[in-house]
Design a protein around this ligand. Sequence first.
Ligand SMILES: *Cc1c(COP(=O)(O)O)cnc(C)c1O
Length: 444
Amino acid sequence: MRYFSTRDARQEWPVTLDAALSAGLAADGGLYVPERLPAFNIDDFEGCQSLPEVAELLLTPFFAGSSLAPKLGEICREALDLPVPIVEIENGRSWLLELFHGPTAAFKDFAARFLAACLARLRTRDDPLRTVLVATSGDTGGAVAAAFHRRPGFQVVILYPDGRVSARQAHQLGAFGDNVHAFKVDGSFDDCQRVVKQLLGDRQLASRYALTSANSISLGRLLPQMAYYAYAALKLARDRGPGTRDPGDQFAAPTLIIPTGNLGNALAAVLVREMGLPLGDVHFATNANPTLSEFFGGANYRGRPSIATLANAMDVGDPSNFERLAWFFRDRDLRASGIHAHRVDDARIRARIAEGERDYHQIWCPHTACAVEILAQLRQHGDGAPMLLVATAHPAKFDDVVEPLIGHAVDVPPALAALLARPAQVETLPATAEALTARLQQGW
Ligand SMILES: *Cc1c(COP(=O)(O)O)cnc(C)c1O
């Protein structure tokens, strides 16, 4: 399989998967995309039960020709062997795909671990120390840090917006130490992302520090995220019968509702449906940031500065992966492709969290609460389709928001508790490429 930049319109500059994984961002500033999507149906997955098994089969065409191809099974078993419970929340009609059972209690663990497993195997013995640069709105940084922590040959540099992540997220980011360096930036997530992109785009710097990105723009994160959607689609189809795409069919392919900001996770779901697995319409549940709901409501795309909300990991005003989504649909009308976007404001997030135990016997993080709000709205409008919601983080990561609303403490999962028990170390950084460059030069 060959890969192109989204900005290489005439497809003149193919790169290998290995090169695309190592580079993160394409040299022309675009995002790497595969030349085509393979086609699958349920029967192809006969005998594949676990997530690593489904992942290996699904990703095999994407790894064709890569030096990693013979190691794909091993990579999937190492990185993706995490629990992925599918919990029923409405009787036989809707389910929650819980993606928060990894070491940092958010879905980003899957992709970060997969990327790390790939990059570690692409490394040769005399490669220089690689610097993984990551801008985070809270959860990416922790997941990437956990995935690369103490991996020989790598250091991680995390930038996060000061005051815009939860206290536990901030603590977690500073709690790794060793080869992980955390910086709180005076600015927004968009500022952090801009600084990271500037450094990656500077060829001299990028090669001097062997820079790579681990943001959701990285192909190495998009690919593994497809695996759990394929797994969930297969599991529901096997448990309930394959159904059709007709929402009137009781066993119809489930509609997806995905909390999203930068469109990394949600794009993976759209692609799995495009590859032929039984998934229905995809609803993006965003927070108050209006860019996506406005576009899918018919307006022109207009990126803008992000707004701070309770669902802070989705505080994105100009989703990076929109460029990829648009590329995949370049010959079709994106707005007529079974994709929808809805905005949920902080008041509705609060209400959903407060009513979660009463209505669904569940405690949600603020991001997951956005998806639940959209479920309730769709039901109110008479949509009876089976629905699969994605739970993106454990509520204990957002205890400062959740606990006052539900009136009691949330149990902390053991892996998160272990990190929170460690001391945290964070440096302050102005939101400029110059400041980060100077800090890199200073070294550790
Ligand atoms: C990152 C994150 C999101 C948004 O994911 P995107 O890939 O940016 O759409 C949602 N919820 C949580 C908890 C996250 O950490």
